[in-house]
Design a binder for this molecule. Structure first.
Ligand code: UDX
Ligand code: UDX
Length: 463
């Protein structure tokens, strides 16, 4: 089957950039991205592509070039499903907040809704591609819904997990380490895989496109994220030991990373990992292991999350302890709120948890993040803690200018590694702060020696 029309359900951090790049690389394919959220679609269609809802370096340009030609954003879900030969599902799969598996299992209600909608609308055979990260065996459930509620048409289900990291989505999509496609071993299943391979082959070398069965593909995505997160928790565990013993975690990371078997990436000690995937995927893995009675396996992976929670709490605890055991009514400036640099995404950002702890201690928090709005910050805090909304509002303010955020502050906490923080006029900041002036560098981003020369008390992670 030669695909000429693609539909993607879900115009989020995965669906939006992925489809934009497919549209750019495949001018012969019409790509329509649909979403239930009309506001989000309107933002994707904003005349000024700098206002699209996902900030990713390079993305606005790609959208500007393809939109209206072969890239469309729409709320007309049924029409787009009907027209497409291939449908990507890229809706969010949050951790369940209710019922069985609460706090652990993925909530698949959006996936099921999508499946039922596809089944209802489809009048001819379709290939359905799981792009969202899903628990192993979700494809089976998808297939069952499609086959039993459809109009008698044939569906092939593929698993094609997306490995892009936010902040580098465009280069990750342009030059992926690999593309993974899982499908049914049957003749029709292999044909469906061929159709998806043909799309990626427009820009990805064939030897980087892997074919597996569906379950291997689903499990590989969870495993990749679990391994990455495990590295961060491993180095973060060492960071606490370094702080006690006088070793420097940056030096340790460099020394071990030069072993080619270990490798240098993902060894940066930090205030803890965030993002929409790591925690959710590991919890998923833990839940699956438990559901098969594999308690040692479950406990092993759960420790990665336990370590990460500890690292976040340890950071806020250190701020309070260092500021003479009280931060009540003190101004603490936060540099950064996003879960990493070069994104406006704040899901599971360490900043939220650190702020929550400090608000509990009645601190006032002044946030500067170049891409995150005050509205978003308050929504993140209100979501985490149901204390009166006014309370967060009273304690937390955001600033458009880092100098204003730091002025009069007792301490600065670096929560996101935005490059621009390195180039601030640190002397000017020092002069405007309460003394002693503290910097708690949750990203080991700044040059501690220079800051100490200026007069700051500097505390990095793991040194
Ligand atoms: C991604 C992946 O798809 C998910 O597997 C991963 O675990 C988290 O990252 P992401 O694109 O980041 O999701 O999520 P989000 O930015 O929330 O986008 C999902 C979109 O789907 C939203 O815009 C939402 O409105 C839309 N949606 C959700 C629908 O259109 N229909 C639904 O039924 C549910
Ligand atoms: C991750 C995976 O990298 C990606 O392949 C998958 O598709 C989705 O999940 P993402 O969450 O977007 O991507 O960002 P990532 O770069 O992995 O960073 C996750 C978190 O780990 C961030 O909070 C980041 O700051 C933190 N991190 C990363 C560290 O603390 N130290 C490191 O060395 C690397």
């Amino acid at each position: 089957m030669k695909v000429t029309k693609i539909c993607c359900i879900g115009a989020g951090y995965v669906g939006g950039p992925t489809m934009a790049v497919i549209a750019q690389k495949c001018p012969h394919i019409q790509v329509t991205v649909v979403d239930l959220n009309a506001e989000r679609i309107a933002a994707w269609n904003d005349a000024d592509t700098n206002n699209i809802p996902v900030y990713e370096p390079g993305l606005a340009e790609i959208v500007a070039a393809a939109r209206g030609k072969n890239l469309f954003f729409s709320t007309e879900v049924d029409a787009a499903i009907d027209a497409a030969e291939m449908i990507f599902i890229s809706v969010n799969t949050p951790t369940k907040t209710y019922g069985k598996g609460k706090g652990m299992a993925a909530d698949l209600k959006y996936i099921e809704l999508c499946a039922r909608q596809i089944a209802r609308v489809s009048k001819d055979n379709k290939i359905v591609v799981e792009k969202s990260t899903l628990p192993v065996r979700t494809a089976e459930a998808l297939k069952s819904i499609l086959d039993h509620t459809g109009n008698g048409v044939q569906f092939q289900i593929l698993s094609n997990p997306e490995f892009l990291a936010e902040g580098t989505a465009v280069p990750d999509l342009m030059e992926p380490d690999r593309v993974l496609i899982g499908g049914d071993p049957s003749f029709e299943g292999q044909k469906a895989i061929d159709a998806l391979v043909a799309i990626y082959a427009n820009w990805v070398p064939l030897e980087k496109i892997l074919r597996t069965n569906v379950w291997s593909s689903e499990l590989s995505k969870l495993t990749a994220n679990a391994f990455l997160a495990q590295r961060i928790s491993s180095i973060n565990a060492l960071s606490e030991l370094c702080e006690k013993t006088g070793a420097d975690v940056n030096e340790v990371a460099k020394a071990i990373g030069m072993d080619s078997r270990i490798g240098p990436k993902f060894l940066k000690a930090s205030v803890g990992f965030g993002g929409s995937c790591f925690q959710k995927d590991i919890l998923n893995l833990v839940y699956i292991a438990k559901s098969y009675g594999l308690h040692e396996v479950a406990d092993y992976w759960e420790q990665v999350i336990i370590m990460n929670d500890h690292q976040k709490r340890r950071f806020s605890g250190k701020i309070v302890r260092t500021l003479y055991n009280t931060v009540a009514d003190k101004k603490i400036a936060f540099l950064g709120w996003a879960f990493k640099k070069d994104t406006n995404d704040t899901r599971e950002s360490a900043a939220i948890f650190v702020a929550d702890d400090l608000i509990y201690e009645q601190a006032n928090i002044a946030v500067y993040d170049p891409k995150v709005s005050e509205e978003r910050i308050l929504a993140d805090l209100d979501y985490l803690d149901h204390r009166a909304i006014d309370k967060n509002k009273k304690r937390v303010h955001s600033y458009y200018d880092p100098y204003a955020a730091c002025e009069g502050a007792h301490a600065i906490a670096v929560l996101t590694e935005w490059d621009e923080f390195r180039d601030l006029d640190w002397q000017r900041i020092f002069d405007s702060m309460q003394k002693p002036a503290f910097v708690f560098d949750g990203r080991n981003l700044l040059d501690g020696a220079t800051l100490k020369e200026i007069g700051f008390v500097y505390e990095g992670i793991g040194s």
